[in-house]
Design a protein around this ligand. Structure first.
Ligand code: ZN
Length: 133
């Protein structure tokens, strides 16, 4: 894995969280995007080389709604940049990690993504992401 690409943070409301993070980071939100298949609205901030991705549920069945109901607002996942997501999925599978997505899917911010199950990573939801070519 190359580097941390972004941290995903679950929030109840982007309307409330975006101005807060603008103040906190002293940088504008450069992109807001809905990923309908995931039931999320996202907002991105560039912080040095890495990004912060705020995630808001669009419906009650969204994984973000379930996460907030269980754990409250906070860090939801860590995303790592990879050069070949297919090879990385195979490598991690071979190492015994449980993948939520064996086939990469389309994510926000022009990425293809795959998640590892937190039960195989000591509780951290890990996202692999690769820039769409
Ligand atoms: Zn993410």
């Amino acid at each position: 894995m190359l580097k941390i690409e972004h941290l995903g943070i679950a929030v109840k409301s982007l309307d409330a969280a975006v101005p807060l993070y603008v103040q906190l980071l002293n940088t504008p939100c450069y992109k807001q995007e809905t990923v309908a298949t995931e039931g999320v609205n996202t907002a991105f901030f560039q912080t040095g080389q890495e990004k912060i991705e705020l995630l808001e549920a669009t419906n009650e069945d969204s994984p973000i709604a379930k996460f907030i109901a269980k754990k409250g607002q906070g860090i939801h996942h860590i995303a790592f940049d990879v050069t070949d997501i297919y090879a990385e999925i195979e490598r991690l599978k071979g190492e015994g990690f449980e993948l939520i997505n064996l086939t990469p899917k389309s994510g926000a911010d022009n990425k293809i993504i795959a998640f590892l199950h937190p039960k195989s990573t000591d509780g951290i939801l890990v996202e692999l992401c690769q820039e769409k070519s």
